[in-house]
Design a protein around this ligand. Sequence first.
Ligand code: SAH
Ligand code: SF4
Ligand code: F3S
Length: 498
Amino acid sequence: MTQKEKKPYEIKEAQHATREQNRLETVRQFEYMERLKGKIKELEQEAGHPLKACVNTFGCQMNARDSEKMIGILHEIGYTITPKEEDADFILYNTCTVRENANERVYGRLGHIKHQKKEKPHLMVALCGCMMQEEKVIETIQKKYSFVDIVFGTHNVFKLAELLWSRLESDRMIIDIWKDTDQVVENLPSERKYSFKAGVNIMYGCNNFCSYCIVPYVRGRERSRLPEDIIDEVTRLAEDGVKEIMLLGQNVNSYGKNLAKPMSFASLLAEVEKVPGIERIRFMTSHPKDLSDELIEVMSRSDKICRHLHLPLQSGSTRLLQIMNRKYTKEDYLLLVKKIRNAIPDISLTTDIIVGFPGETEEDFQETLDVVRQAEYDSAYTFIYSKRTGTPAAAMENQVPEDVVKDRFDRLLQVVSEVGANISGKDTGKVMTALIEEQNSQNPELVTGRLSNNMLVHLKGTVDMIGNIYPVRLDECKGFYYLGSLANEKEGLGGEGH
Ligand code: SAH
Ligand code: SF4
Ligand code: F3S
């Protein structure tokens, strides 16, 4: 027997915690933040300039939300936040591993930072997020990028202050990776990207194990937050001026099933709607297998829930859907689309599609094109299948040759844009409400607003309109966006106030 190899770090087993322990953990993290405030001031004096931190986020809305929390902590302890990596004294990468190219981008950036660190020895580099939950990634970092200061995963972003403190107290790479957790540490600082809209996690993790997908392995088991904690957070956000809420989860339609007192996603939505000040509600992502009639009904009655549904298809072939472990057929999916469109005629549908899943034949691919045409998506995120080590699909033998995949991918894009072009423009001439989000970067006389159905509209306006909702006439469609003009309040809105 060979001697057991000693690893310099260990993945910690699942962490369990009671509500009281979670509360105490928040208090503990604030203590670290207090201590760090003094330390950061000292470091600033040494450096002779204010310390800046840059947080780079890859991947989905979950990561974006986690980054807001980490930016909140960094800001609290005294860092100035900068979007420019080259100005930063602390660089944090919040990584994604859903496809191989996401990983490659991170390694590419790290190669670049290696040089920067030579010129700027006090520069600190931290890595966190989904990629870090993979053992082989940690090994690569230890071997090739040993200059990295802190490495942590998806389950302990709330510990950033503590980890930073540990790093400043030692001269070694700090690695803290947990296998899973049911710990939900609430009420830490958080810095929102926009003052008027915010993402709110309603659940973490995923239990679906679609056979191509790595998310359940790196984000752990599905856990729903308590409805009272969600409503508390939404209420605080509303009091702080937030008008639009995006409820976040890998599969929001299965929200609440595992709570001690189970609650459906539709009932949660109904509760969120009641929070005064919240004018728009969005959510992401909906798995078709769990989208209930109750949800369709709540949506159709609501004038706050936005007219947009992201409903990932992945493939239109029932045969492949089964191997993908998606638990619906092509017919189930199309029937669902019909039901949704009947109940909510002004809904905009978008989707995710994977091309080149192992064993995909031309016939399977044709089924996908068929669904794209029938479902009439406004737009679709299309992905080339990427083999993720550890998932069942990675072990499948019949991987599709690259040139075949590329050809199908191009044909899919063509059909998606044809279908999108047919649909877009359907609301030209109507008056709809738009939440004004920003000044147009190319023309400062214009502002950009988002319609309930998620389309963008550019109109003449001023920065003081940002964060407010206005009726806008959609004058002209330019493909994926409209040009519009502020409408008279009395003109009446098309589409039931949306
Ligand atoms: N929870 C969401 C999706 C999260 S991942 C859902 O189930 O809908 C976002 C998208 O990435 C997926 O919808 C899928 O289309 C794509 N994706 C996931 N794993 C992939 C892989 N191995 N290769 C290519 N695309 C993948
Ligand atoms: Fe991945 Fe499927 Fe979970 Fe979405 S539902 S995160 S695709 S395993
Ligand atoms: Fe990527 Fe993790 Fe999201 S793998 S897609 S950032 S859950």
